[in-house]
Design a protein around this ligand. Structure first.
Ligand code: GLC
Length: 547
């Protein structure tokens, strides 16, 4: 019998499947690879795995360009492999969260191929077309650079794409789109999937003419369309978890779209920290050297301290497949690598909301070094070189490479570092689809399993603590106060029925004074000597008390 744990108590682990474990040594990670590593995932204390898209794809945008929603990309395996994985996961009480790409399909998807074959085909209606572009439309940029409209000579029309030219936006005003997506949900539900991450949901309704605002976020029909879809797709299904991805969601939007009459998802990914260190102008294609660590508090605080934000409503994270590695980005890669990774973990696990660990984070994986433009695989990076280096000359090639080494998405997409052997134990030695991280000899699972003070063992401890009957009510259900102290320390106070967990986070390479809370029991420290220090916290020393 499976134990049912409510979603707010779960810990999620995110996998980028092409880089997790290559079971057949062909250079690409696969579903059987995930199955093989389920015991490892279980040993961490994980309850649910969100897997980035595994559908048939050209992999131009890492599988977010879907060719067929009901089949698996051959590099990842087969539907049978997927069923086997689900069954094995169930035996271990682990749910699988499927990534559902709602907003667009690949230009190789059958619908699009039919749509451009003839305007009389019914599939033509599934997309957004123009015979002529207005002045505004001509200037409308897509999120991955270049124009948002692309001409198709065979039918003499332009189609709309918010992301890359090979990701064609679906027309959600057409009833067939909603029905087709409902069938996708049914298909995976039948196989045993109970969690669904709905990709880019804020974009599915577009208000034209677009004017200067082209991101098409939370368009006027988003609620109507998504509610129609939710009703059709999820009404008769039990214990479903829906994780909405709406980048940059504000508190106001979270409360509007997560609760009440405009509710479109049961949970939203919390983007509070996403932007820290990105360029104001060019986002993750650039870098802001003056980024402010205080933003960890100021951006997250409103979400934590609002009592309408219940713990099941948000999923918090440090990094994901759309960012670089958290420790390279914000922490310390050298002397305090271990302590900074643990400090970030402590901050994540102390906050209200479901924690989501990105594969490799639990061993403190770092950004690799990409020497050349050709080393990058991500469509966002490839386009950025074209648009910002070749065409607009915003950056030199040298600068672009430098910035992508800091913030580019490929940083977090390199193979999982299992051991110090060939290809970091990711496979048996065949060339991998993307380079292996430079740090694998030192940073790998095998090493860390053997070291009781490792980051990996710290993750296990903090997960255990969050599940411990004595603390779980406080850490999951308790109220949350997130304060920036005058000297730069962060203070987190969780409270439930008079019982408290008090946490001090030091994200600085500096010694800081603080007041040890009275009559408090030390639960955890980011420093291995676990010293309840004399009212001082050393560099990256973060500490958790119970009182
Ligand atoms: C989401 C995904 C991202 C992808 C984009 C377009 O933001 O997380 O990886 O590129 O949607 O599908």
């Amino acid at each position: 019998m499976q134990k049912t744990i409510s979603w707010k108590n779960k810990i999620i682990y995110q996998i980028f499947p092409r880089s997790f474990y290559d079971s057949n040594n062909d250079g690409d990670g696969d579903i059987n690879g995930i199955t093989k590593k389920l015991d490892y995932i279980k040993s961490l204390g994980i309850d649910a795995i969100w897997i980035c898209p595994i559908y048939d794809t050209n992999f131009e945008d890492a599988g977010y360009d879907v060719k067929d929603y009901k089949s698996v990309w051959k590099q990842f395996g087969t539907i049978e492999d997927f069923k086997k994985m689900i069954n094995e996961a169930k035996k271990r009480n682990i749910d699988i969260i499927m990534d559902i790409v709602l907003n667009h399909v690949s230009n190789q998807h059958e619908w699009f191929l039919k749509a451009i074959e003839s305007t009389n085909n019914k599939e033509h209606n599934y997309f957004i077309w123009r015979k002529k572009l207005s002045k505004e439309e001509k200037n409308a940029p897509s999120i991955f650079g270049g124009s948002a409209w692309e001409f198709v000579p065979s039918i003499k029309k332009y189609y709309f794409h918010l992301f890359s030219t090979s990701q064609i936006d679906l027309n959600w005003e057409h009833p067939d789109t909603i029905k087709a997506m409902k069938e996708v949900i049914d298909f995976w539900y039948k196989i045993g999937v109970r969690g669904f991450r709905l990709d880019a949901i804020k974009h599915i309704s577009k208000d034209f003419p677009e004017g200067i605002k082209t991101s098409h976020s939370w368009g006027s029909k988003v609620v109507k369309n998504l509610q129609k879809f939710n009703k059709l797709a999820f009404k008769n299904k039990k214990n479903i978890f829906i994780l909405g991805e709406a980048s940059g969601i504000t508190l106001k939007e979270l409360l509007k779209y997560g609760k009440g009459k405009d509710k479109v998802s049961t949970n939203f990914y919390n983007f509070s920290w996403w932007w820290i260190g990105w360029s104001k102008k060019t986002g993750r294609n650039g870098y802001n050297p003056n980024w402010n660590y205080k933003n960890f508090v100021t951006k997250m605080k409103p979400f934590q301290e609002n009592n309408e934000v219940t713990p099941e409503l948000i999923t918090n994270f440090l990094s994901n497949h759309d960012t670089s590695r958290a420790i390279s980005r914000w922490g310390n890669e050298n002397t305090f690598w271990n302590e900074s990774a643990k400090s970030f973990a402590m901050m994540l696990f102390s906050l209200k909301g479901i924690p989501c660990i990105y594969y490799g984070e639990e061993i403190g994986m770092l950004n690799p070094i990409f020497n050349l433009r050709k080393d990058f695989r991500d469509v966002d990076a490839i386009n950025a070189y074209k648009n910002m280096v070749d065409n607009k000359k915003i950056y030199s090639e040298y600068e672009m490479t430098k910035y992508h080494n800091i913030n580019g998405r490929d940083n977090s997409r390199t193979p999982m570092q299992w051991n110090s052997l060939i290809n970091a134990g990711f496979n048996k030695g065949i060339k991998t689809w993307i380079k292996i991280g430079d740090s694998f000899k030192k940073i790998n699972v095998k090493n860390q399993l053997q070291n009781k003070n490792s980051i990996l063992n710290f993750y296990k401890k903090i997960i255990k603590l969050r599940k411990n009957d004595k603390y779980k009510y406080i850490l999951v259900d308790g109220t949350s106060k997130f304060n920036l102290l005058k000297n730069g320390l962060f203070e987190i106070i969780r409270e439930y029925n008079g019982k408290k967990i008090v946490v001090y986070i030091n994200l600085l390479n500096k010694i800081k004074n603080y007041q040890i809370p009275k009559n408090a029991k030390l639960l955890l420290s980011s420093w291995s000597d676990n010293k309840k220090s004399d009212n001082k916290l050393r560099s990256y020393e973060s500490i958790m008390f119970y009182k």
